[in-house]
Design a protein around this ligand. Structure first.
Ligand code: ATP
Ligand code: MG
Length: 239
């Protein structure tokens, strides 16, 4: 579904993403891990056409990131690390606004919004201004907004940041449900989240993708029993 070739992003003399090559298969959940500043968000921003690569390219569903970004924008969506919610609009207005960018028919907009508010347990707060929601509810709203367009590929940058343990597990279930319908690339600092959700994991260190594999493969490679220890070894450059 996604084929990344030598994708690179430089900020002046900092190479935030360094010649990253990777294939992500249709229908999988791929977790991109790495310590703060490893280059995860920068990678996701390039793949979701928010930021232009310095060099390299990727194909998403056969479309070239460099040459066909308009096509790619039609089939992807993103819930960014800093959620893009309009605080002064209500939850429902946020959803309606996003839906109106994709659909003209008022009835369809209403149906989509209604279904997603239900799926993400946001019905009770639909009339609340988004800025008054708790952090966890804002995350849920952000993901619901990304799903309005029924994307083939969904990028989730730290989807469960700041969520309590119950809300996090609830969201895991919802993400697993989505898996049947789309390819998902997520980032997280919670190792148990990557273990619970990801089919495969990629670990970035200083802009470079240093390891890719299943939880079992990465554990075997490092000789660690716990995935967290395997991650620490790889991400800390001790392998
Ligand atoms: N717009 C920018 N201008 C300059 N440097 C940037 C910019 N965006 C990111 N960087 C730098 O690029 C590097 C990678 O940042 P990025 O946000 O991709 O990391 P990350 O892996 O998502 O980290 P975190 O886990 O903290 O979210 C960092 O050193 C960061 O300071
Ligand atoms: Mg980030």
């Amino acid at each position: 579904m996604i084929s990344i070739k030598n994708l690179t992003k430089k900020f002046k003399d900092l190479c935030a993403v360094d010649s990253l090559s990777l294939d992500i298969y249709e229908g999988e959940i791929f977790a991109l891990l790495g310590v703060n500043g490893a280059g995860k968000t920068t990678t996701i921003r390039m793949l979701s056409c928010i930021s232009r690569p310095t060099s390299g390219n990727a194909e998403i569903d056969g479309f070239s990131l460099k040459k066909q970004s308009a096509k790619i924008k039609e089939i992807i969506n993103i819930s960014p690390q800093e959620t893009a919610i309009a605080g002064n609009l209500t939850v429902r207005e946020n959803m309606e606004f996003i839906a109106s960018l994709y659909y003209k028919d008022k009835k369809i907009i209403e149906e989509k919004v209604k279904a997603l508010l239900k799926d993400f347990s946001l019905e009770d707060v639909a009339k609340k201004k988004a800025k008054l929601l708790s952090g966890g509810m804002q995350r849920r709203l952000s993901i619901a907004m990304a799903l309005v367009s029924a994307p083939k590929v969904l990028f989730l940058d730290e989807p469960t940041l700041g969520l309590d343990v119950i809300a996090r597990k609830e969201l895991w279930k919802q993400i697993e449900e989505l898996k049947k319908k789309m390819t998902i690339i997520l980032t997280t600092h919670y190792m148990e989240e990557a273990e619970a959700l990801a089919d495969r994991i990629g670990i970035m260190v200083k802009g470079k993708l240093v390891e890719v594999g299943t939880v079992a493969e990465l554990k075997a490679k490092t000789g660690e029993e716990k995935f967290e220890d395997a991650f620490i070894k790889i991400a800390g450059g001790k392998l």
